[in-house]
Write a protein that binds this ligand. Structure first.
Ligand code: FAD
Ligand code: DLZ
Ligand code: SF4
Length: 512
């Protein structure tokens, strides 16, 4: 009997889950899994070297585990002389090598790559990525006919559908959302040992040498490299975090401290997004810790909401809104990204801390991304597309499906309010309340005008003033405009003049 030609089974660098759809659809005895380290993916933005090393090491280990499980795997390393340079080109090369006439894949998380697979001369069937709770159709059905796409309503549906922290039809503890308890400022003596660290094995060492050689000049420290690079390690990291930090996660979710990049955050997004951890598995483990009485309800609910609420919702918006979403810029902000985002000198301690940690760890926690770098960019009028490019480049958990609605929508309000009902902007007061940054800053958070005034204070009013037409009737911003309107005219003029002068220095490339 003549055996049928093999199909190629594409597994991308962020699809490292043994149960991924394309593998479930494939025939282990006949088909060939294709995995490839390619320059097109490694350089479409200047990724942080830690991100590249993390993904390549995890890809190599995943390929080894598939082989051990009986799959035929055609794996291409970046330095393979035959490497064709892109995912479609690698598929074509492998098709010729194995006599395959078609390929199957799990839908990638970026329109860019979905389109590239559609245009590939080899037919590639893309199956839905069912590692997410809400399919595209499910999210569309939820969004249809709604005037406002607020995350909270979507989240409640996901609670009901998963049964997570539910008491019959009601939320456990009687409330859907305990966010109110999750905004405590940092307190003295707060400590955490941080995420679990892993010593690089031989596979990781090989990848580190390659990445050092090819991407050593990009922004970001490759060493020390202590990330988990397989599911076993990622599960140990998760269990460690649930035991050591989850109990405090809720209370101090919004807090920021100098030289404490992780505080009580999970540091699990790298692993979940690459497929090493299943999001529902993480949520069930958290629910279990709460049921066992080891974790307070505000911590468990707060974390589960981030995963089945925010993470799913953010992806839903990206696919619902379509490929042009990432190009939106409703506020017409067009300022260049200042050098301080790439490590250039600045007197702003909060920015310096966030950028330094990002350089070291390819990580910053949510409030640093939203209320330090994001808040600053929005107030200063930096182009949202340049911001998205920066965030995509520097964070190891960044893929467009999760970055776009966070940056364009939540952080920069560039989608006109689909994700956020009002812009996430604040003066220095918020940062002072939620961190210890201002104590070590060259600027004074108490000063509202003058050379030493905190730039967030100046730019906050500048933002409100220049976007008055758009925001003054937003009922959540009325108080802000009333405060501004109560200031006497001379003071307003001084604030705006000082803000303009500060922005001029920024534009001139001064280390402000
Ligand atoms: P924790 O604070 O411990 O949160 C738990 C988990 O919830 C995270 O691991 C993550 O999987 C999920 N989560 C929480 N908030 C979000 C959210 N808004 N969107 C999606 N998932 C969420 N997250 C990414 O995974 N990739 C990104 O590229 C990304 N870019 C962001 C850009 C901006 C401007 C902002 C404001 C947020 C961004 N986030 C992104 C969301 C969030 O900041 C990170 O998920 C989080 O900091 C990861 O760290 P952690 O694992 O310690 O998370
Ligand atoms: C991010 C990334 C990088 C840096 N390199 C590769 C790669 O060489 N091969 C690969 O299959 N995937 C890589 N990835 C992940 C892809 O960019 C990701 O699959 C798409 O962005 C879709 O989410
Ligand atoms: Fe940041 Fe202003 Fe505080 Fe300095 S004073 S750390 S610039 S908020």
């Amino acid at each position: 009997m003549v055996s049928a030609a093999p199909r190629l089974v594409l597994v991308l660098g962020d699809q490292l889950s043994p149960g991924i759809r394309a593998l479930r659809e494939a025939d282990k005895a006949r088909d060939v899994v294709v995995m490839a380290e390619v320059m097109s993916e490694a350089s479409y933005v200047p990724h942080h070297p830690k991100k590249i090393a993390f993904l390549f090491a995890a890809m190599r280990k995943f390929a080894a585990s598939l082989r051990a499980d009986g799959w035929t795997v055609a794996y291409t390393t970046l330095d393979d002389p035959d490497n064709a340079g892109s995912i479609p080109a690698e598929l074509l090369r492998r098709a010729e090598e194995h006599g395959a006439a078609e390929a199957i894949a799990t839908e990638p998380g970026e329109w860019r790559l979905i389109d590239a697979l559609e245009e590939c001369p080899l037919p590639v069937h893309q199956f839905a990525d069912d590692r997410f709770l809400a399919s595209h159709a499910r999210f569309e059905a939820w969004a249809k006919d709604r005037k406002e796409l607020r995350m909270e309503w979507f989240y409640r549906d996901m609670r009901r559908e998963t049964g997570l922290m539910m008491d019959g039809d009601d939320p456990a503890g009687g409330k859907w959302n305990y966010d109110h308890d999750n905004r405590k400022p940092p307190k003295g003596g707060m400590d955490s040992s941080g995420p679990m660290r892993f010593t690089p094995d031989e596979t990781v060492e090989d990848v580190l040498a390659l990445v050092e050689d090819r991407f050593g000049d990009s922004f970001g420290d490759l060493h020390p490299f202590t990330l988990a690079t397989d599911t076993g390690q990622a599960r140990r990291a998760m269990t460690h975090w649930i035991k050591t930090d989850l109990p405090q996660f809720g209370d101090f979710q919004d807090a920021m401290l100098t030289d404490r990049p992780f505080l009580h955050h999970a540091h699990l997004s790298f692993y979940i997004n690459a497929g090493l951890l299943d999001p529902l598995e993480v949520c069930r483990a958290v629910e279990q810790a709460w049921k066992a009485g080891d974790v307070p309800i505000n911590a468990a609910e707060g974390f589960i909401r981030q995963i089945i609420g925010w993470r799913e919702y953010i992806r839903g918006i990206y696919f619902l809104q379509g490929p042009d979403y990432a190009t939106r810029n409703i506020l017409r902000h067009d300022r260049d990204l200042p050098a301080m985002f790439w490590g250039g000198d600045t007197d702003m301690h909060c920015i310096r801390q966030t950028v330094d940690q990002t350089r070291q760890h390819a990580y910053a926690h949510h409030i640093q991304r939203l209320m330090i770098t994001g808040n600053f960019a929005l107030l200063a009028g930096i182009s949202p597309q340049r911001m998205q490019h920066w965030y995509m480049s520097v964070y190891a958990d960044a893929y467009e499906w999760v970055m776009s609605a966070n940056v364009i929508g939540m952080s920069q309000f560039a989608d006109g309010g689909i994700v956020a009902s009002k812009p996430y902007v604040s003066s220095g007061n918020y940062i002072d309340r939620m961190s210890d940054y201002c104590k070590s800053c060259a600027y004074s958070v108490k000063d509202k005008t003058g050379e030493t005034a905190c730039p967030f204070n100046l730019l906050y009013w500048h933002f409100l003033d220049r976007h008055r037409d758009r925001f003054e009737n937003n009922h959540r911003m009325g108080n802000m405009y009333r405060t501004w309107d109560r200031m006497d005219d001379d003071r307003k003029t001084t604030v705006l003049t000082d803000a303009e002068a500060w922005l001029a220095r920024l534009d001139a490339g001064e280390a402000v």
